[in-house]
Design a protein around this ligand. Structure first.
Ligand code: ARG
Length: 601
């Protein structure tokens, strides 16, 4: 469906052109004075200079033309966009507009009948890679990985919904020093294992030499040891190097680490309702690296600098000096950037995507600038293919410092989720309208919404404060408030069905009966535009802002309207259609954000 604002803009363009003015002056925006009008056009002011006329004269010309257009439409039996009294030229040259209520109602009716509520599939199946999650194998998921997962999942869903073929890749950290650390710590704990017997030539066991809880203990211990014990650190580095060069016993341990850890990661991401199409990792880039290094040298891009191999990426327009990208260390080891470049080669081969989106902490910004520039310079990615890094801010505690557990440790994601669910459960039980079992289930659904909305409603780049009390509140700009609105509509619809005797008149949405209803419709009319923009700007917070406004508009309409007691059945049926649309828009939006609503709460 055409966007509502575009329909209005088209009308305005025709009027400007009809008066002999450039169409480009006909820009229409939402009014910043809702008390005066709904939309406005300020183009007459700019046109005044070009045409050497008074702005008010231009505005008056255009307004007369708009009215003329509308009467032509009315005469042809169409519903005009504006009624005469709703288009006004005001000093010094504003054009103030209100839309024809009937025209708006017809747009609502169109939405209820259109696939995807009137959203156009602009994607046509083009592939976009979304790289998010980024968990490190064998290290527990912590809240730092939460934001990547939550934001990435939403962007993946948005793209798919708009008709793109989104390929979400978790891109695990599965190849770094942590592997060497684990191997050497395992050697210290269980030196008798066959992996450490150099004379062993048999098959390696299929049973892992550790459980997930052991593994979770091994890594932090090893990491601490490496900080205190230089010799242990060197052993870990050697082990990492051997692993990366295909040493069989360590490859066998690595596979065990992967299996044990992946099962756990999948469960954790599943609890967050976060899903990936690919479970690839840094290790998958390995086979591409020798060719990559050679190619960068052959192309004259990579050169030796203090023993390392580097590629210059600085550009004359940079506002600060950017260091070259190191693709090989002096000891021959590959780096984070190397593996990201190798991964790009693989993605180009497998998918040739039209866009790349990476979601990590904003502290990785330089890394991605370097990687993207090398990929473009070397011609691995087409010049016109956008490569976007969404760098998010830190999730802080109420003290304004990075979020920690009560005793100051790193908070594990599972514990964070459990805390939220518990708090929501307590809140639901305050009302005691449902059974404990149902309250537990509902708490999970609402808790996840609270967590995700609390994150997504902030602009990604900003830090935000994780404020449990606020996030789980049923009032204000929160996930539970949105869910509460949906649940409320479901309950009205349920009651309506129960009380309805005869088939409701085959109704359409009628012109709004009051200003609250019109405001609600105007909010609904923004839906397809908001969705498209939010994806184009990779900005889920715009969807959050939208559903908050829409929920407010619904709740104030509902406050003033006695839907179920209405005697005029056609009017009542129209309201039912309208609030069903509100529910459907809200439900669609939260699905795209990555959570759902319970039946009751
Ligand atoms: N594992 C990395 C980390 O924990 C994040 C990976 C992000 N993705 C990427 N392609 N570099 O910081």
């Amino acid at each position: 469906m055409k966007k509502f604002l575009d329909l209005i803009a088209d009308e305005m363009k025709a009027a400007f052109a009809g008066c002999g003015y450039e169409e480009s002056y006909a820009k229409v925006v939402l009014s910043n004075r809702p008390d005066l009008c709904e939309y406005q056009c300020n183009g007459a002011m700019a046109a005044a200079k070009a045409y050497k006329k008074k702005p008010i004269d231009i505005a008056s010309d255009v307004v007369a033309k708009l009215k003329e257009q509308c009467s032509v439409r009315a005469a042809a039996g169409e519903t005009p966009v504006f009624l005469d009294e709703d288009v006004n030229a005001v000093m010094p040259g504003f054009i103030n507009l209100r839309v024809n209520s009937l025209y708006l109602a017809e747009y609502m009716e169109g939405m209820t009948q259109a696939p995807k509520l009137g959203l156009d599939e602009i994607g046509h199946g083009e592939t976009i890679i979304v790289d998010y999650g980024g968990a490190n194998v064998a290290k527990p998921l912590h809240v730092g990985h939460l934001r990547s997962a939550v934001i990435g999942e939403s962007i993946r869903r948005m793209g798919n919904f708009l008709g793109y073929h989104m390929v979400g890749d978790v891109h695990l950290g599965d190849w770094g020093l942590q592997m060497g650390l684990i191997i050497e710590e395992l050697r210290d704990r269980k030196p008798e294992l066959v992996y450490f017997d150099e004379s062993y030539t048999g098959e390696y066991p299929t049973e892992p030499p550790f459980t997930i809880s052991e593994l979770e203990d091994i890594y932090p211990t090893a990491s601490k040891k490496a900080k205190e014990d230089e010799c242990f650190k060197e052993r870990a580095q050697t082990a990492t190097f051997k692993l990366q060069n295909g040493y069989a016993p360590f490859t066998a341990i690595w596979k065990h680490i992967m299996n044990v850890s992946l099962a756990d990661l999948k469960r954790n991401y599943g609890n967050l309702d976060v899903h990936f199409d690919l479970w690839k990792g840094e290790s998958d880039a390995e086979p591409y690296i020798p060719w990559l290094i050679q190619d960068l040298q052959d192309k004259g891009l990579a050169y030796e600098s203090q023993g390392a191999l580097v590629v210059d990426i600085a550009e004359p327009t940079d506002s600060k000096e950017l260091p070259p990208c190191i693709v090989r260390k002096s000891d021959g080891a590959a780096l984070y950037a190397t593996s990201d470049l190798g991964t790009i080669l693989e993605r180009e081969k497998d998918f040739a995507p039209v866009k790349y989106i990476y979601i990590t902490d904003k502290r990785q910004e330089l890394h991605f600038t370097q990687v993207f520039r090398v990929a473009k310079k070397a011609g691995y990615v087409k010049p016109e293919t956008p490569m976007i890094h969404i760098g998010f801010g830190t999730m802080n505690g109420r003290d304004g410092k990075p979020f920690k557990t009560r005793d100051g440790g790193v908070m594990r994601l599972e514990h964070l989720i459990a805390d939220i669910d518990e708090a929501v459960y307590a809140r639901i039980m305050e009302n005691r309208t449902v059974s404990e079992d149902e309250a537990r289930e509902t708490a999970k659904v609402v808790g996840l919404a609270a967590l995700k909305y609390g994150d997504l409603s902030n602009q990604a780049a900003k830090d935000y404060v994780f404020d449990l009390e606020r996030f789980i509140s049923f009032e204000g700009n929160t996930g539970p408030y949105i869910l509460y609105t949906i649940v409320r509509i479901k309950s009205i619809l349920g009651k309506y069905l129960d009380q309805k005797q005869e088939e409701a008149e085959a109704s359409a949405v009628l012109a709004p009966s009051g200003s609250g209803e019109k405001t609600l419709m105007l909010e609904l009319a923004k839906y397809n535009e908001v969705m498209e923009n939010a994806f184009a700007e990779t900005a889920p917070h715009k969807i959050c802002q939208y559903i908050f406004d829409l929920s407010n508009a619904f709740n104030s309409f509902y406050h003033d309207t006695r839907i179920l007691a209405e005697e005029d059945k056609a009017r009542q049926a129209s309201w039912i259609r309208l609030i069903t649309l509100v529910k459907d828009v809200l439900t669609t939006c939260i699905q795209v954000l990555g959570f759902e609503a319970p039946e009751r709460m």
